[in-house]
Design a protein around this ligand. Structure first.
Ligand code: C2E
Ligand code: CA
Ligand code: CA
Ligand code: CA
Length: 279
């Protein structure tokens, strides 16, 4: 009994060490990822349900490590948040998205807005509006072609600093979109207090929209709320025609999801922009 307990403990400790070592190794690699040019942005179009026109796009971070291959954002973003690496990486994301979008416009492609994900820790550090201002100035991208996606966690706790940065972004002409709406803890009061332009219906609700009354009700309520507050609304994670049609029936006209396109590398996004529509 005692022996097996000790063995159990030793085994557990060994596992912990292995896990910690893996994180340490991953952190060392992630630290070098920017200078080694291992990070890239992929882009996923946001599409008008009515005619398939590309009306926007979201930039999504990809890391291809030379030693370990592709690492999904769900694995390395939490590590970046824990280690503070999210700050240089997040700044890189904002700058790359601005320069890329401006390059497409310079090449004569129809201009659309690019959305970037900015985490609560980035807002907490207080420099988001300054970083965005500099990225816009350096790239020459007009502010109306940039959107910042933030989650409800940005508005939790001592949120005065976040509110000030959001107001500055808005004043510059950058749009603000609330990501993963309905999955966080924020009260609806935040929606009128913070200067938002858009709500994104989270994919967990979209996934079950045609099969689960509760998900359909939440999506429907989100759309009604957005309309009441004069916010626009985007559904994410749209994978089927059934989901698209149901979202259309309840009044959502802009969609993002595999039904239209997966996130694609920049050269493929350029083709979609040139065509102006998907499929
Ligand atoms: P998110 O911001 O909610 O991004 C949407 C995620 O859903 C993306 O996953 C996208 O590839 C995926 N997706 C899009 N359409 C569909 C669909 O039809 N079905 C399904 N099942 N999934 C779909 P991805 O690229 O793996 O990113 C995961 C998360 O990592 C993002 O969730 C975001 O929270 C974070 N992330 C990605 N890029 C960045 C970044 O540059 N900065 C920060 N702070 N976070 C990022
Ligand atoms: Ca997002
Ligand atoms: Ca989302
Ligand atoms: Ca998400």
């Amino acid at each position: 009994m005692k022996k097996s307990g000790r063995n159990g403990f030793r085994f557990f400790k060994g596992e912990m060490n292995a896990q910690a070592l893996r994180w340490l190794a991953l952190e060392t690699r992630l630290r070098r990822a920017i200078e080694r040019d291992e990070l890239a942005l992929h882009y996923q179009p946001q599409v008008s349900r009515i005619d398939g026109a590309v009306v926007g796009m979201e930039a999504l971070l990809r890391w291809h490590s030379e030693e370990i291959g592709a690492v999904p954002p769900g694995d390395f973003i939490p590590l970046a948040e824990d280690t503070g690496l999210i700050h240089p990486i997040g700044e890189w994301v904002i700058r790359r998205a601005c320069f890329q979008n401006k390059a497409w416009q310079n090449a004569g492609l129809p201009p659309v807005r690019v959305a970037v994900n900015v985490s609560a820790n980035q807002f907490k550090a207080g420099a988001v509006s300054a970083i965005v201002r500099k990225a816009l100035a350096d790239s020459g991208l007009a502010p109306r072609y940039l959107e910042v996606e933030l989650t409800e966690s940005v508005m939790l706790g001592d949120s005065a600093a976040a509110e000030a940065q959001m107001a500055e972004l808005r004043a510059m002409g950058v749009s603000l979109s609330l990501d993963d709406f309905g999955t966080g803890y924020s009260s609806l009061g935040y929606l009128s207090r913070f200067p938002l332009d858009k709500l994104k219906i989270d994919q967990t609700f979209v996934r079950n929209i045609t099969t689960e009354q509760r998900s359909a009700a939440i999506a429907q309520a989100t759309i009604a709320l957005a309309q009441g507050l004069s916010l626009s609304v985007v559904a994410e994670g749209v994978e089927t025609i059934g989901q698209r049609d149901f979202l259309g029936l309840i009044g959502c006209d802009v969609m993002q999801g595999y039904l239209y396109s997966r996130p694609v590398p920049a050269h493929e996004m350029a083709l979609l922009l040139a065509k102006g529509r998907v499929a």
